[in-house]
Design a protein around this ligand. Sequence first.
Ligand SMILES: Cc1cc2nc3c(=O)[nH]c(=O)nc-3n(C[C@H](O)[C@H](O)[C@H](O)COP(=O)(O)O)c2cc1C
Length: 210
Amino acid sequence: MSEPSKNPQKPARENAAPLLGCYDDLEGSCAHAWALLARGVKDRRSPFHTPGLATVTPAGLPEIRTVVLRGCDTQKLALRFHTDTRSGKIVDMQQQPHAALHFYDPGAKIQLRVRTRLEVLTGAAYDTAWENTRPMSRECYQVTQAPGSVLPDPASVVFDARATRDGADHFAPVVAHVREIEWLYLAARGHRRALFDFTSPDAEHRWLVP
Ligand SMILES: Cc1cc2nc3c(=O)[nH]c(=O)nc-3n(C[C@H](O)[C@H](O)[C@H](O)COP(=O)(O)O)c2cc1C
């Protein structure tokens, strides 16, 4: 039986995808994670465009759903998505504002688990987000019945632009303040896992056992 080795690096496979330059670079991996998030906002075809958002319900049960990533502010360590004020995720965050976003890019073989604190934007930040929505997106918020409520038949959904101020009444831009990002990079030579900690100015990023 072979002795356990401290760092059993596997030899590079001939047909393996080229390694990222930041493979062994902790700060470089962190910068790459933020670059992928920023691209997820702009590139509709990026797998990072539609993360899973996990919350905890008032009953203490886990819940998860897909959202569209609408904003990424690297300086402010903040992500943004939009939803309906009456949705379940808003009910969840009112009780428990901590939530996780899950991203996986199968081509890049990178998973991000982003731990956040959610906040509904108000005032000028709300106005900016609303002004930047397209008419097609506004339609979703013009539904008069609360999302998730029971319908007698599927055609009985009522959209009313006037009664909902074009949908503005039900529009909720939500900022996800990033507390931690957990990085997982699958590579044939050996996986890389790291924790990028933003919970305090002197918090240190660190490598983890994959
Ligand atoms: C590709 C895709 C994108 C979605 N984007 C959003 C979104 O940006 N905001 C949103 O509230 N719901 C979005 N949804 C719908 C949610 O996944 C979910 O069904 C809905 O918001 C109700 O969730 P809740 O009751 O847990 O709040 C999306 C669904 C899919 C499949």
